[in-house]
Ligand binder design. Structure first.
Ligand code: LLP
Length: 434
């Protein structure tokens, strides 16, 4: 466990989140249950925003809300003074309903619909990140209709492929996102967008991947992006006010991942800020406004999912399964990516971890696993199991598969708890059925 003041073992040997005992959470709300630590999210927002200000100056942290999206998270990040990255009309709608300032939104997507583009323009979204020629033309027409000039960035692909602990520089042009700098395609799109009268091309964007620990890959991205700026400035005299380096900062899930405190996560921001300051100075470029879009690292470690252990099945010499009352419908990340998680026996935290278990979900699918071969004390039916670091891409990727109900989300802070997403009901399951 990556312990902290708001995630610890209390003197009863229970897991405690935001000052609330996991036992009390189970008794009050039942399981499966997503629990989110508000203080952690607030700390991360503050530390990221302060670090950007101190280390770079003018810029914005835009929380990538695909990681965890609901009304309350937009209220919290707004209160903390940061912006948001949104990828659909649904996310924009949620942000708007929460009273989020739309000018602090960066809209992404490789296939934004006409409706989404128009919705963004009508609602005065701050930046739209373009990812195709026809999208640029269409947006230009929409802006004409509304007699507006929209600030846009172009998503480019700097040729850095980053995967968790490694990165490679490639001239790879095969990605559904962005236009490759290396192939010359990015330059052509820039020239095309520059000609659109109702689009104000303020800058460039890249996002090199997700769950990346290697600082060097972010530095390299900054170098490639500023090289490209320099080229465009020398060739065409273009200058840009904004650079957006995306998100992707790796977080702790399980053994093998670096354990960082909130303050230590700021290192990602420091590295990128330092690299950008250095690169623009070396290349004599105007210092742009820096946008960064961390998602996972703001909410990931804030989340814990509570489950109740159900049936166990021992396959002699092979596996010892414990089934839980959740599964891939609340956390599809093992099924999708073989993602690793830490699992704990939430009311028996100090016991010796003597048994090896595989935590299986309750869906009718063999691949519905949450964690394979994890060490735990002996688990009996009814025991409370917690899976850590589930704040990002769990609730947001949940489904009603097998007509299971998506668990509610409870926010904890200073010993208090409250629903931020209420439990679904069976009625919700058939609401739109005809
Ligand atoms: N900006 C852009 C343009 C992105 O595409 C993403 C993530 C982010 C920012 C935020 O990245 P983060 O800081 O959260 O790593 N479902 C996958 C993750 C997909 C991430 C997609 N884009 C998972 O569960 O690991």
């Amino acid at each position: 466990m990556n312990e902290r003041q708001t995630l610890k073992i209390n003197n009863l040997g229970h897991l405690e989140i935001g000052g609330v005992d996991a036992k009390a959470l189970k008794e009050q709300y039942g399981t499966p249950l997503y629990v989110m630590d508000q203080a952690y999210i607030e700390d991360m927002c503050k530390i990221y925003a302060d670090t950007l200000k101190k280390e770079y100056g003018d810029g914005m942290i835009a929380y990538a809300s695909k990681a965890f999206s609901c009304l309350e998270i937009y209220r919290i990040i707004n209160k903390m003074g940061i912006g948001a990255d949104s990828v659909s009309a649904g996310e924009m709608f949620t942000a708007k309903t929460a009273g989020f300032p739309m000018e602090k939104i960066c809209l992404h997507g490789n296939n934004k619909s006409s409706f989404e583009l128009e919705y963004a323009v009508q609602n005065n979204v701050g930046y739209i990140v373009l990812d195709s020629y026809t999208e640029a033309s269409e947006l230009n027409e929409i802006c004409k209709k509304y007699n507006k000039v929209q600030k846009v960035l172009i998503r480019v692909n700097p040729g850095i492929e980053a995967h968790t602990h490694h990165f490679v520089q490639t001239a790879k042009v095969d990605s559904k996102f962005g236009y490759s700098i290396g192939s010359g395609e990015a330059e052509k799109v820039v020239c095309f967008v520059k000609k659109q009268e109702n689009l104000d091309l303020v800058g460039l964007h890249c996002h090199i991947g997700s769950q990346i620990f290697e600082y060097k890959s972010f530095e390299l991205a900054v170098e490639k992006m500023t090289d490209f700026y320099k080229k465009l400035s020398d060739l065409y005299g273009y200058s840009f006010d904004v650079i957006n380096i995306g998100g992707g900062f790796g977080v702790w899930y399980a053994d093998g991942d670096a354990k960082k405190s909130c303050n230590e996560y700021a290192e990602y921001i420091k590295i990128i800020s330092g690299a950008l300051k250095r690169c623009v100075a070396e290349k004599s470029l105007k210092k742009p406004y820096l946008i960064l879009e961390p998602g996972r690292s703001i909410v990931g470690e804030a989340g814990v999912t509570l489950y109740t252990a159900g049936r166990t099945k021992e396959i002699k010499g092979i596996k010892n399964y414990i089934a839980i009352d959740g599964g891939m419908f609340d956390n599809p990340r093992y099924a999708l990516y073989q993602a690793k998680y830490s699992v704990v026996s939430a009311l028996n935290m100090n016991a010796k971890k003597s048994n090896k278990y595989t935590i299986a979900g309750k869906c009718c699918e063999s691949g519905d696993i949450i964690a394979e071969d994890v060490m735990l004390p002996e688990i009996k039916e009814g025991d409370l199991i917690a899976v850590l670091s589930t704040g990002a891409y769990n609730y947001s990727m949940s489904s009603n598969y097998n007509r299971n109900l998506i668990p509610p989300v409870v926010m904890v802070k200073d010993g208090e708890s409250r629903y931020i997403v209420k439990p679904q009901t069976f009625e919700d399951l058939i609401r739109n059925d005809v």
